[in-house]
Design a protein around this ligand. Structure first.
Ligand code: G3I
Length: 418
């Protein structure tokens, strides 16, 4: 494709009528969601408008507001002003709420991280924290990330205050206590770099086994999905990795997805690669029946944790910093539309029964029931309008374009009238 035409396509607003959450539900997922950057909600109307579009995002999660340093900065001093921003928003918009996070070495106040604890005293500290925070959000959190990032990248145990005091016993202990304080929410272990199916992934499998062997409850494993353009595993390999966990009887979800460019500005080719990487991640979730949903870690490049952590890297999300949909958005919508319209999945997993979606229905006014997606195809279609989709894997809609536009292939999932 001519570079000029490709650039025009990448910068153009996509004209696919359906949005990501409604397509995700139609494709069999429970939700497509986003993290909420607390400071942006009241200061940025464009951010708020997209976040509140429940056709786009059926689920939200606080980026920082429910963490220990936000909710109990000093011992016994509980404050929910930041966490409530997202909880109130979920209620206002009838969006499913993921809650994040309880037992984590980071954003942990120094009174916990540097305290001198015995097993009994630290158990009491965790119990009190959960009693208050989970109690405050009882009945509104569909999922809770109970333990976050317990493993180093080489697969060894992370040297947190929790590990130093308890060894691995804090894992089942945390899940038991969480169950006590909110018996209805789904309890998740959540970590990054599990996607590569290496030593860290092996250890996460061990975590699930440790918790289950102790008789403690665990409902799911969150794959954070902080990935790199061009280095993201294939759809098939990602699905294989997800299945290692679902084989243990737990759900899986992508909980913090972003795929960063290593250097900026990203070329048009790099943007297409990023789109393909996003499609592989979302596609792998579609291929695994107990993969319940996908959450991006904020949706706009205007608000992302990436540039401040990885110098020179960024543009990791699905809208650009001016809130224009990127090629990544288009690729995700296309892979969801392909599944939603009945195209055969790339990987085999269709023989397993579909997952229940009752959690969303019972815990909120229902992310899965908020929308009835508009079908994206019909047996006979008129010629597609300018910018509309006209092809791609699984696409069964119009394949011709209104004059003078022609159908141009942007990636395997998406061709567009340009
Ligand atoms: O709120 C203060 C503000 O008052 C102050 O002026 C400013 C100065 O730097 O800092 C603000 O706090 C920042 C906070 O985000 C809120 O924006 C912290 O410095 C900053 O370190 C913190 O970063 C967060 C990071 O977790 C901390 O580990 C990111 O926003 C957040 O996206 C990131 O999220 C984590 C997930 O929770 C777990 N998985 C990895 C993921 C990415 O690191």
């Amino acid at each position: 494709m001519h570079t000029k035409a490709l650039l025009a396509a990448l910068l153009a607003p996509a004209a696919v009528s359906a949005q990501l959450h409604e397509l995700a539900v139609r494709a069999g997922l429970q939700y497509f969601g986003t993290a909420l950057r607390e400071g942006a909600l009241n200061s940025d109307a464009q951010f708020a408008a997209i976040l509140r579009d429940t056709r786009e995002f059926g689920q939200i999660v606080p980026e920082n507001g429910q963490k220990w340093e936000s909710t109990q900065p000093s011992r016994g001093q509980f404050t929910y002003s930041q966490g409530d921003i997202t909880a109130n928003e979920a209620k206002r918009n009838s969006q499913f709420l993921r809650c994040h996070t309880l037992v984590w070495h980071s954003q942990l106040p120094s009174w916990v991280a540097s305290g001198s604890w015995t097993r009994a005293t630290l158990t009491s500290v965790i119990d009190t924290h959960m009693a208050n925070v989970m109690g405050h959000y009882k009945g509104v959190c569909g999922h809770w990330d109970v333990v976050n990032e317990a493993i180093n990248d080489d697969g060894t145990w992370r040297d947190s205050v929790f590990y130093r005091v308890f060894g691995t016993d804090y894992l089942p202990l945390s899940f038991e206590l969480a169950k006590k304080h909110d018996p209805e929410t789904k309890l998740y272990y959540n970590d990054y770099n599990l996607e590569y199916n290496q030593a860290k992934t092996d250890r996460a499998v061990e975590i699930v086994r440790i918790i289950q062997a102790a008789g403690a409850p665990i409902d799911g494993v969150g794959f954070q999905g902080h990935l790199i353009v061009g280095s993201t595993p294939s759809r098939a390999n990602l699905a294989t990795t997800l299945r290692r966990f679902t084989a243990l009887g737990v759900d899986v979800a992508y909980t913090e997805l972003d795929i960063r460019h290593s250097s900026l500005p990203a070329s048009s080719q790099a943007q297409v690669t990023q789109g393909n990487d996003f499609a592989n991640v979302v596609g792998s979730c579609l291929d695994v029946p107990r993969c319940v949903g996908v959450t991006v870690w904020s949706f706009t490049d205007k608000y992302s944790w990436v540039p401040s952590t990885f110098n020179g890297a960024g543009d990791a999300l699905i809208y650009d910093s001016q809130f224009r949909k990127k090629a990544a958005w288009t690729s995700i919508s296309s892979v969801l539309a392909a599944k939603a319209t009945g195209a055969p999945p790339v990987s085999s997993s269709t023989s397993t029964p579909a997952q229940p979606t009752t959690t969303l229905v019972t815990r909120t006014t229902s992310a899965s029931s908020t929308t009835q997606p508009t079908p994206t195809s019909a047996p006979t279609q008129p010629a597609q309008v300018r910018w509309g989709q006209c092809g791609g894997n699984g696409w069964t809609g119009p394949t011709t374009c209104q004059s003078p536009y022609t159908c141009q292939v942007l990636n395997p999932w998406y061709s567009q009238c340009l």
